[in-house]
Design a protein around this ligand. Sequence first.
Ligand code: BES
Ligand code: MN
Ligand code: ZN
Length: 494
Amino acid sequence: MKLSASASLSEGKTDLIIPVFTGFKPDELVSHIPPGSKAAFAEAASDFKADSGSHITLYGSDIRIILLGLGKPNGASFPAYFRAARKFSASSGHQMRENITLLLAHLSKPERAGEALVNGLITGTYELGSWKEKAGEKPHVLDSDLSAITLLTDKTGDDAQQLVDAAVRGQLVALAQKQAMHLVNMPSNIQTPQFLAGFANDWGTQYGQKVTIFSGEEIEEKGLHALAAVNRGSEYPAEFIVMEYEPENATEDTKTVGLVGKGITFDTGGLSIKPSDGMYFMKSDMGGAAVVLGFMEAAASLKLDTRFVAVIPVTDNLIDSRSFKPSDIIGSYSGKTIEIFNTDAEGRLILADGLSWLTDNYKVDELFDFATLTGATVRALGYAAAGLFTPNDELAASISKSADSCGERVWRFPIWDEYKSDLHSDVADVRHASPSPVAGGITAAKFLEMFTREHPSWAHFDIAGVAFGESEFGKHKNGTAWGIRLLVDYFSKK
Ligand code: BES
Ligand code: MN
Ligand code: ZN
């Protein structure tokens, strides 16, 4: 895919995409329309309501004009551009022309718009049916190396180059998002912990990162007892993935950020078994791992100037005579003993080891974890936002700002110490889940907090409601790659 900017429409066949908000003025666009199409454009545009996700196509001799509806202009525009472009691309993949022209000249923030539109057009090329007999036979037009997007703008020189750079960002982030979506959609018989570790190793190395993996018996040897406990019921050994991204020209002052992702390749609930309806979705229980892996690719391809250390503990949560049981007392990397209450609260156990391993072995300025952690957070927020849990008000405000602007929203919950009493154990240092049916997302976060060594800039994202959802890609839920865009925006802030 080639991305460039131009002040005029090129010769030859192209799809000219014109993104418009509800209430747009056709008159203001006429100057961008080729002479032969002006009259037809004026007529069609006056009828077009520009509802989000709608579009109309006007046929000319070489140029097809596509008016792309963005909906009402309210608040953040990034998600409006992104959603419309993705939906259009996903539904028109085979009819699109290889040469796309994107009109940006009429937009007030063309950089951000171009980035979002390109990001949407490219994520829209994602195909769900990788395991169908005829997979890959009819690829999306924009997946071809011959495809090109030209940004139509009156800007020139450096200003035009900035538009192209922003569009390239949209493209690079889309590639990472597609990969993360694919990982989440992969079932656990194919995506074993060994598969995920191999993937992280190949991928990280390809992007110039240092990858270290502890496998099988090394997990106990390193003291990762909580991960080992969850793994006891599994046919596959656990894996503990560490990836490090170092920016070019990094110095001692370069900010270092730790990222931890929950990598449960399948969650049956263990002996505290889940009802079968809910279990069907549990191949997505490595959604946190997918965000972190996808973001590590984006960090490298965008050359972000922060150092990142990613930790991904991986296992499935299965049932066997060796499985860990409710009331078992297990160890952890931190040294704290944990009384098991319910084996379906497995995510916080593997994250606990990930968080304390990271804080003990690295000095990180910020510490984020991503996990499909609790049904309670889904009941509270539905599918519209992830739960954000952090002791740090400034960090919460800054994350929320990025989240609102990119459309991957978060909503903050309190983590007051009142909630800690639910985790009291008479026999061990802590009981890992609360028997009470209330505030389940918060008590999970309180448990994690005990393993962060009180890191002042720790933030936990409970993505159970947003990692796997409805989309234009299929009739059933599928991976969303939620969180990659948010992290990219947050760490690109100047
Ligand atoms: N993976 C689940 C959480 C989940 C629920 C993710 C729905 C996506 C959609 C997690 O491991 C879990 O089972 N949590 C339990 C915790 C409880 C036993 C304390 C839950 O939320 O019910
Ligand atoms: Mn569970
Ligand atoms: Zn789980």
